[in-house]
Design a protein around this ligand. Structure first.
Ligand code: HEM
Length: 363
């Protein structure tokens, strides 16, 4: 920020560059006729969202700088979680902000909708950037590749060269999800660290013991369901067995142990252990963040349905159907998936070395 010239005091307007900021609500340069009050409302609401996106990106970059390291010390965990919590708060606030947009009646929107041409939230590069930073994999959800999409927008002159360069740069780096997976893969499992001599045996034993606890529990569930008359064994058993096969392929995809998922399962299973407090809080923060993002997407879709019904979007998508399909996206897929295979603590084996996970001091 420019120095305040000596003899002048800092002012509210100068600090916030308010005059410049408040001149940006009239639409593009030379836009005639000038936006009516409803259209100005439309512009201001969009700009407010884009400002929040800017802050989200900045918070995520700070969080990433901490997480994307070979060793994340416990003392930096509160700061990391703090950044994620702020992002969650912003998403939660933005979910409410659609209410302001909804004060625009469909007819009032139609009155100026044609002026938008083909411009659409589709072209919000900040939304795409935060998705890529977090690690959303569009391809696996049948959607478009965000980098290809952004290059196309740049070719069509819809985003600038510098926006594209920044996007290419962000896309070439590991995402937050990938850094989180690396961090999880370093979780000490039953006191064994990845890289220890017999680590693979310890981890395999932990997985075997979890699967066998699941099998035992499933036998119990089958006999209970049959006993109370809620199903017959020939129908219930295949379902229970399928969930065990699913757990096995989650933990050992194609027969190879996934240490990151095993670490995640360990943290979620023994979440009461003192040494696992921050890891557990971190995982919860990511789940909370993604949940708030989904609610934000959902409330946008509901507002859009109310505003334009089932018509096509200005960006050329199917509109509400497209937006509803984005509700299926999951970034932290493993954090959600692990929930399906958890079993209650009483049915888990006790740790052989609980002292490893205790507090460092008795004070
Ligand atoms: C009257 C208000 C609005 C309507 C009718 C509307 C409608 C739509 C539609 C139909 C789409 C799908 C793409 C397309 O074909 O255009 C879309 C996407 C999007 N809109 Fe809106 N929108 C509105 C307001 C907003 C506001 C205020 C924001 C805030 C920045 C916003 C952000 C987005 C984003 C980021 C996408 C891309 C979603 C994705 O691909 O995941 N929209 N919108």
């Amino acid at each position: 920020m420019a120095e305040v010239p000596s003899g002048q005091r800092m002012t509210y307007g100068g600090y916030l560059r308010l005059e410049e900021l408040l001149q940006l609500q009239e639409g593009p340069e030379g836009y005639l006729p000038q936006p009516c009050n409803d259209e100005k409302h439309f512009i201001i609401v969009h700009q407010a969202f884009e400002l929040w996106f800017k802050l989200i990106i900045s918070e995520l970059k700070c969080a990433h700088a901490i997480l994307n390291s070979d060793k994340v010390e416990e003392k930096v965990m509160p700061k990391l979680v703090h950044h994620l919590e702020r992002v969650t708060s912003i998403f939660s606030l933005m979910s409410q902000q659609w209410k302001v947009m909804e004060t625009l009646a469909p007819q009032e929107f139609l009155a100026f909708r044609d002026r938008l041409g083909t411009s659409s939230g589709f072209e919000s590069w900040q939304m795409r950037e935060l998705e890529v930073l977090l690690g959303l994999e569009h391809e696996t959800h049948g959607g478009m590749n965000p980098l290809t999409h952004m290059r196309k927008l740049a070719e069509e002159g819809k985003v600038s060269k510098s926006v594209l360069e920044n996007f290419e740069n962000v896309s070439s780096q590991p995402s937050i999800r990938e850094s989180l997976e690396d961090w999880l893969s370093r979780t000490p499992i039953n006191g064994s660290l990845s890289g220890d001599d017999n680590d693979s045996e310890v981890v395999s034993k932990f997985i075997d013991s979890h699967i066998s606890a699941m099998k035992k529990h499933s036998e119990h569930v089958i006999s209970h369901i049959v006993k109370i008359g809620h199903g017959v064994e020939s129908q219930v058993r295949p379902r229970m067995e399928a969930s065990i096969t699913q757990a096995e392929s989650f933990l050992r995809p194609e027969g190879v142990v996934n240490r990151s998922r095993a670490g995640l399962l360990f943290i979620e299973s023994y979440r009461e252990l003192p040494l696992l407090s921050w890891p557990r809080i971190l995982i919860d923060s990511f789940v909370e963040l993604e949940q708030s993002m989904l609610l934000f997407r959902n409330s946008h879709a509901r507002m859009v349905e109310r505003m334009i019904g089932r018509r096509m979007g200005t960006g050329g998508s199917s509109g509400v159907d497209y937006l509803d399909a984005t509700l299926k996206y999951r970034i932290f897929v493993d954090l959600w998936a692990v929930r399906t295979i958890l079993i209650k603590r009483d049915n888990l084996k006790d740790l052989s070395n609980p002292e490893y996970y205790g507090f460092n001091s008795n004070n």
